[in-house]
Design a protein around this ligand. Structure first.
Ligand SMILES: Nc1ncnc2c1ncn2[C@@H]1O[C@H](COP(=O)(O)OP(=O)(O)OP(=O)(O)O)[C@@H](O)[C@H]1O
Ligand SMILES: [Mg+2]
Length: 314
């Protein structure tokens, strides 16, 4: 069991890598929707997509962006120059794209290859309170860059037969990175995704995970919810796509748990302002719905209302 204390946001921004080397366990769904819920709680948030699949980017309607995380990693373009505004005023997204496939190889010959993302994040100062990084399903150099940049990892876990084995490997990796490359790195928490309480095996796996990791496992489970899988094709997080869905309620509760864990009790700061909003990229994404307006459905009142809804599985 990880005996280190839960990290707290001793510095801004607080960086969380959403990691699991196993594919399709809900990393992107969690990164995309948690980022939206944190932003809707008026926390200036940046979502960085370091997965060449670019699913977190397209989930916000951003495709074929002119500047991407590749440019920050390889050409040292400031991260804020690669960031997009979204429908949520307090959320920006640094997208990934096809270029990133080659980055894994290009990084090998570059100086400080494991720390390129960390350096980019340090250079942007305190514009954001929380940065979430969506990682690919592998433990290569892109994920390693996320782990050296992060204060903590958030692990989405699907309660299946091989889940525990994969989790053990991941915890080993986190320990190794902590010992060799980034002494700050700790486990922020484990979130159970696509949870189905009617499934015996899932219940057994959950009991084992909770027995082993204790309060590192969030009380909130993310249920299997078809609205969560539909939202990305509309270029929207679940909060904007269907705020009353079980998926939205669950991610709002998860964000609440995370904010309580981080003890972010001070008043949120003003939304970050991009130095040069991505005009070309914005034009390219107009049709996809990337705008700077905060729609009414994202006001904090809605969130507060929904926080009172009791979470239940489908
Ligand atoms: N709670 C959920 N309910 C229903 N469908 C979900 C849920 N979470 C994720 N999905 C769907 O499952 C698939 C995999 O989810 P997601 O892309 O978030 O996983 P991932 O871990 O990021 O995958 P990869 O390893 O390929 O990056 C997607 O089609 C997604 O829409
Ligand atoms: Mg993904």
């Amino acid at each position: 069991m990880d005996s280190r204390p839960s990290p707290s946001p001793s510095r801004n921004p607080y960086v969380i890598a959403v990691v699991n080397q196993k594919g399709g366990v809900g990393k992107t769904t969690t990164a995309v929707n948690l980022a939206a819920c944190l932003a809707a709680s008026e926390r200036p948030t940046l979502l960085i997509d370091v997965d060449p699949q670019a699913n977190a980017s397209s989930a916000y309607g951003i495709t074929n962006a002119e500047r991407q995380v590749y440019d920050a990693l390889i050409d040292e373009v400031p991260l804020t120059h690669c960031a997009f505004e979204t429908e949520l005023e307090t959320l920006h997204v640094v997208p990934a794209g096809r270029d990133l496939v080659g980055a894994e190889i290009e990084l090998v010959s570059l100086e400080s290859r494991e720390y390129r993302l960390s350096q980019s994040i340090q250079a942007i100062g305190e514009a954001y309170e929380i940065i979430l990084i969506d990682c690919p399903p592998s433990l290569g150099l892109l994920t390693l860059n996320a782990l050296t940049a992060a204060d903590a990892v958030l692990i989405p876990l699907q309660c299946e037969y091989y889940a525990l084995e994969g989790l053990a490997n991941l915890v080993e990796t986190v320990d190794l990175v902590n010992a060799e490359l980034n002494p700050r790195l700790a486990i922020q928490g484990i979130v159970l995704t696509m949870a189905d309480q009617r499934n015996n095996l899932a219940r057994q796996v959950e009991a084992e995970v909770r027995g082993h990791f204790g309060d590192k496992v969030y009380r909130t489970r993310i249920p299997r919810n078809v609205r969560l899988s539909e939202a990305p094709s509309h270029g929207q997080p679940i909060l904007l796509y269907d705020i009353h869905s079980k998926g939205a309620v669950a991610y709002v509760k998860l964000a609440d748990e995370l904010l309580a864990q981080l003890a972010l009790t001070t008043l949120p700061r003003k939304p970050p302002v991009l130095p040069n909003p991505q005009s070309t990229a914005d034009e390219a994404n107009d049709e996809a719905g990337a705008t700077v307006k905060l729609p009414e459905t994202t006001t904090i009142d809605h969130i507060t209302t929904d926080r009172s809804v009791t979470h239940s599985e489908e």
